[in-house]
Design a protein around this ligand. Structure first.
Ligand code: NI
Length: 223
């Protein structure tokens, strides 16, 4: 399941990101790559502990924690501190699968991968995120401020950026619900309940359905 989530960052947030990133200490993107990824990764990345990454990472985490669709779709247990990257001048990232475990002190299992786009698609050519499913490849290039949430189990790559530059934040989520199928059922149920509540107001049946949602979550969640 690949889910676009719009409006994670506001226009003001994006202006702040762009101004901080303009003076940021970009480094070789292989600093955080695993063995296989390092051979196919050609981009720039902010060192995790630099002031710019810390500031903007905190901003992104704050906005995610207040975004209802992100919360209901990801059911986050823990979110990896966001990292920031830049592709320009033909840079790309070849096909790879993200490492299963991230972090040194506090380790996190990467159930979901996220890319948050920080500039507009018409500011660069190329730079599509290509996510491979068994039968098809989906191409993702979203408006600034939107993110895509996709299973970290999938092969993916980023096309070369041949004009302009592509700025993004990326991070991983350890979900309270490890199984993709279970998360998908919970998301469908939650969205259907919210839709019915908007259409019809509260009812005894909706209270029971909400109970089913929470009782499934209770069975499936690890916290
Ligand atoms: Ni990746």
């Amino acid at each position: 399941m690949l889910l676009p989530i719009p409006d994670v960052l506001s226009a003001d947030d994006l202006t702040r990101c762009r101004s901080v990133l303009a003076d940021a200490p970009w480094a070789d993107g292989r600093i955080t790559a695993g063995h296989q990824s390092a051979q196919v990764k050609r981009n720039l990345q902010l060192p995790q502990d630099c002031e710019a990454a810390q500031q903007l990472g905190a901003l992104v985490l704050d906005r995610l924690s207040a975004h209802p669709l992100f919360i209901t779709a990801a059911l986050p247990n823990r979110v990896f501190p966001p990292l920031f990257n830049c592709y320009r001048g033909g840079m790309d990232f070849g096909s790879h699968i993200d490492n299963a475990i991230r972090g040194d002190d506090r380790r996190l299992r990467t159930d979901l991968s996220c890319t948050l786009f920080l500039n507009e698609p018409d500011e660069y050519d190329g730079g599509e995120l290509l996510i491979e499913d068994y039968h098809s490849t989906q191409s993702v290039k979203l408006p600034a401020g939107s993110l895509v949430l996709y299973p970290a189990t999938t092969l993916h790559r980023v096309n070369p950026v041949v004009r302009g530059e592509r700025l993004a934040a990326f991070f991983w989520v350890q979900s309270m619900v490890r199984s993709l199928e279970q998360r998908r059922l919970l998301l469908d149920l939650d969205l259907a309940i919210q839709g019915l509540r908007r259409q019809q107001g509260e009812s005894a049946e909706l209270v029971r359905l909400s109970g089913v949602y929470h009782n499934l979550l209770r069975q499936w969640a690890e916290v």
